[in-house]
Design a protein around this ligand. Structure first.
Ligand SMILES: Nc1ncnc2c1ncn2[C@@H]1O[C@H](COP(=O)(O)OP(=O)(O)OP(=O)(O)O)[C@@H](O)[C@H]1O
Ligand SMILES: [Mg+2]
Length: 257
């Protein structure tokens, strides 16, 4: 069992950006490295959106670190409604100027948006970066989420272009002082990303698995990579409970790949 205390100093652990997701920070030396970008990959319904919004929500509520969510696949109003199930009142945080949700979904599908923050050129990563930079200045954000990268990647199609554009995006987030997560939809759980490049342009990859064995599905998480840090090399079960993700760091599961 990984025990971060031997490899990571107390000082280093204290400087980490806490996700506050129960059980997760202790798997990666006390939290994320500040101003780095992490990929959260998983199949449909694995929990990528809930996991990464829990990181943003905890940052605001428990650490005074404001957050930005770029929503490319779900309209902000659906996200607000879904997250209320966990008691996370995103609208209240937006009203207090602590959270900004950028609607990068409506324009893409050709419907009007009533949102305060709208990405009008959602397939253009330059436009997305400009919007994030402006929003970060406005609300002094320290954490960000791009959920998800997959529609941008489908649009770009060519893995070489996807790699360059996502590298520009992740580097921009880091330079402007955001500790970030980007999600990536996968269809094959034996691979850490959809186009085989997303995990190379991010500093870490967290894989969420949603396996079926016989007639039951079970959930587990693996820290597939984390540059600059030791971390658990095991696959740990998690549950989605009424307060969100709960990871069981002292239990292990065995995957078939
Ligand atoms: N209130 C809840 N309590 C327990 N589990 C829930 C709750 N709400 C959602 N879930 C579980 O979480 C799943 C959705 O999680 P989430 O939206 O984070 O997945 P995702 O990986 O982002 O999926 P997608 O790729 O479709 O965007 C649901 O399919 C359901 O299994
Ligand atoms: Mg999602």
């Amino acid at each position: 069992m990984f025990n971060g205390s031997e490899e990571i100093s107390m000082e280093d652990a204290a400087n980490r950006v806490k996700t506050g997701i129960p059980g997760f920070d202790e798997l990666c030396g006390g939290g994320l490295i500040r101003d780095r970008t992490y990929l959260v990959s998983g199949t449909s319904g694995a929990g990528k959106t809930i996991f990464s919004i829990q990181f943003i929500y905890n940052g605001i509520v428990n650490h005074g670190e404001n957050g930005i969510i770029v929503a490319t696949e779900e309209r902000p109003e659906q996200i607000r409604e879904n997250m209320l199930n966990f008691g996370w009142d995103l609208q209240a945080l937006e009203d207090e100027g602590k959270l900004a949700i950028i609607d990068a979904c409506s324009t893409k599908i050709g419907i009007p948006s009533q949102e305060k923050y709208v990405d009008v050129r959602p397939f253009d990563t330059r436009s997305m970066m400009d919007q994030i930079i402006a929003t970060q200045e406005e609300i002094d954000a320290k954490r960000a989420l791009v959920d998800s990268t997959t529609s941008i990647s489908f649009y770009l199609h060519d893995p070489a272009r996807i790699r360059v554009e996502l590298l520009k995006l992740s580097t921009t987030l880091e330079i402007i002082g955001l500790t970030s997560m980007m999600t990536c939809e996968i269809i094959d759980e034996s691979k850490p990303s959809r186009f085989g490049v997303e995990n190379f342009v991010t500093d870490g990859t967290f894989a969420l698995y949603y396996d079926r064995r016989d007639n039951v599905r079970s959930r587990s998480v693996e820290i597939y990579k984390m540059r600059g840090s030791d971390h658990s090399k095991k696959v740990h079960p998690y549950d989605i409970e009424k307060e969100g993700f709960v990871i069981h760091p002292h239990e292990e599961v065995y995957t078939s790949f």
